[in-house]
Design a protein around this ligand. Sequence first.
Ligand code: G3I
Length: 355
Amino acid sequence: MQRRDFLKNAAAFTIGASPCIATGAGPAPLRRANSGRKIAFGAAIDVADIDRPDMVELFKAHCTSLTPRNALKWMTNERVEGRPDYKGADRIADFARSIGCTVYGHTLIWYRVPAWVTAMTDAGELRTAMQQRITRTIRHFAGSVQAWDVVNEPMEYSAARWRDSVFQRLLGLDHIRACFELAHETNQNAQLVLNETHLEKAGPMYDARRSLLLDLIGQLHQQGVPLHCIGLQSHFRPGLDQLDSKALGDFCASLKQMGIGVRITELDGSCRFVSRLGKVDMARTYSAMFSDVVRVAGTRGDLRGVTCWGLAEKYQPAENGATGNCRSRVLPYDDDMRVRPAFGSLMSTIEELNR
Ligand code: G3I
């Protein structure tokens, strides 16, 4: 489907000025085009979105996968030790099922844990808590989640070193192997992902991050650890960072040689720094940002899915330090539920790769 056709169709899903929903009668441009294809398209979802008819319309039109933005995090699921609360995630799972979507499990183990886990000082206790988090959560969602971010962001945000998390402090780097092996024992059909940020970007620090992670993945692969995919979060900040097509391509190709795939898991864009680029065509800038990372991952790596970190800006919180260019992070639909040209570029790229 040509980008202009997509935009025409997708615009049909631009939510009408009236409070009700899509005015479009056109085909669901993405859902129909993508269903059953290798590279599924999805978006992050908030529990509140389920009660927003305009958001429901967009999820139905475009998504085959939904990622709970916060509802499947340990901080959300077990504020009080031993009292798991999956209510929000259950609502999302039921909603996803009702519209024929799968649920992507973000995330089992992350450095942002409930306070009672942060307070732990005993390695044995932490291991037990980590094991229970993994087994209980995978079992609870066995019917609806078949791909998990088993470990999220094990590296420091802005450095090429392992994050100083409670897991790293008490259990060492080996906790990553333990998490993947336990997740696989709990659900042998699930696709198990290590999700990380900044792996797409140009610069020596990012090169060092890719190298550090690839070394670990190579070791885990040698040990036969069931790590199936790397999540490329793909949060971009035009004017501050940029895609390194060659370095990302080489990274994805190295993974592919080990039989390890990639997923784009949290695609969105900041516009806080875009003015540093001078007078730029915003549509062109964000179209390139959205489509180039997909093209590189899909042509050099084994790309298995693309997820935007939300479908519409309308209900998203303001981004700290946002400027006049935009209020919140750039997504496929803007504050007024108008489709952004960048979404057309992204989708025609996915279409090309799915042929
Ligand atoms: O639900 C509570 C609400 O009851 C309370 O009144 C309010 C004020 O304290 O906080 C609300 O929870 C917030 C939650 O989002 C839901 O809005 C948390 O404070 C806030 O920290 C949380 O932020 C999320 C953040 O991860 C931390 O979990 C963002 O929505 C979410 O977009 C962001 O997503 C992360 C990925 O999980 C991992 N990769 C990076 C990505 C972006 O930071």
